[in-house]
Write a protein that binds this ligand. Structure first.
Ligand code: ZN
Length: 276
């Protein structure tokens, strides 16, 4: 039975999910498939001007949910930390230029120093960019990553750590992006999602699945229903915590990138409608 537009009303797709497509192909094909929300990965903005992006989004009635991604604040080298602040300010400008209300932060980590030191630098970095992002009307979301990335991608590896930092900074424009791939294993997840919602800090929800066995730590994510994550249960917790936003499909997968992307998009819709 064909799905109604309403069934897909809370479905958003990250452009990186369809990596073989450029931004225009993503926008046209999502819209053609009845999907009207998109999260845009930054490198695609190198190919298309912000005004062209905006008119494509308007023409296809596409809601832009977030720009992905800023962050990478941690480094033992001061010049690198300064350069990354500049890059985050540029990302905020880009988000404002295309009408994206949220910038997702992958916060970074440097294996040459302690995780505590990296977290200090993350907090300093966020504090430096918040005034600029608020002026631009852009919200920021810390995305905690799975602990397997603690060495070099994110020193923030749990919901509790993300909640703590967001609460310490205490600014209404800073929140958390919950990504199932990174957080499904956490015994405190339900409790920490509730805490995040109660504090008004639940800003985004990224969905996918954990394949068993996992063949690659980056590019072997599953579609919902492929793996071992109880997606519906966690989506229930997210909704009970008051989140009313989109479920954003964010799947990096060599297997799916090798498929015909239009066929794959139908599988994404099926996985969203039946397993999310
Ligand atoms: Zn994510």
């Amino acid at each position: 039975m064909p799905e109604s537009i309403n069934d897909l009303a809370k479905l958003c797709v990250h452009t990186q999910t369809n990596r073989p497509w450029n931004l225009e192909q993503c926008i046209r094909n999502y819209s053609g498939a009845g999907i009207h929300a998109i999260s845009i990965w930054r490198h695609l903005l190198d190919e298309t001007s912000p005004s062209d992006v905006k008119s494509l989004l308007v023409e296809h009635e596409m809601d832009v949910v977030s720009l992905v991604r800023g962050g990478f604040f941690a480094s033992s080298e001061k010049p690198a930390r300064e350069a990354v602040i500049e890059d985050n300010l540029k990302a905020i400008d880009q988000a404002a230029a295309i009408g994206a209300p949220l910038l997702v932060l992958v916060c970074g980590s440097d294996p040459g120093q302690s995780l505590e030191k990296s977290r200090e630098q993350i907090q300093e970095g966020i504090l430096k960019i918040i005034p600029y992002s608020k002026d631009a009307g852009i919200r920021l979301a810390i995305e905690p990553l799975h602990p397997m990335y603690a060495a070099d991608r994110s020193a923030i590896t749990s919901m509790a750590q993300a909640n703590e930092m967001v609460e310490q900074i205490g600014d209404y424009s800073l929140g958390v992006a919950v990504d199932l791939f990174h957080l499904w294993w956490d015994p405190d997840l339900e409790k920490e999602i509730k805490r995040c919602g109660r504090e008004g800090n639940l800003f985004a929800f990224h969905v996918c699945d954990w394949n068993v066995p996992l063949k690659d730590m980056l590019n072997d994510r599953g579609l919902m229903g492929d793996g071992c994550i109880n997606v519906k249960q966690i989506r229930g917790w997210i909704e009970e915590a008051g989140f009313k936003g989109y479920s954003e499909v964010e799947v990096f997968s060599d297997k799916y990138w090798a498929m015909n992307q239009l066929d794959y998009l139908e599988r994404i819709k099926y996985a969203y409608l039946n397993h999310t």
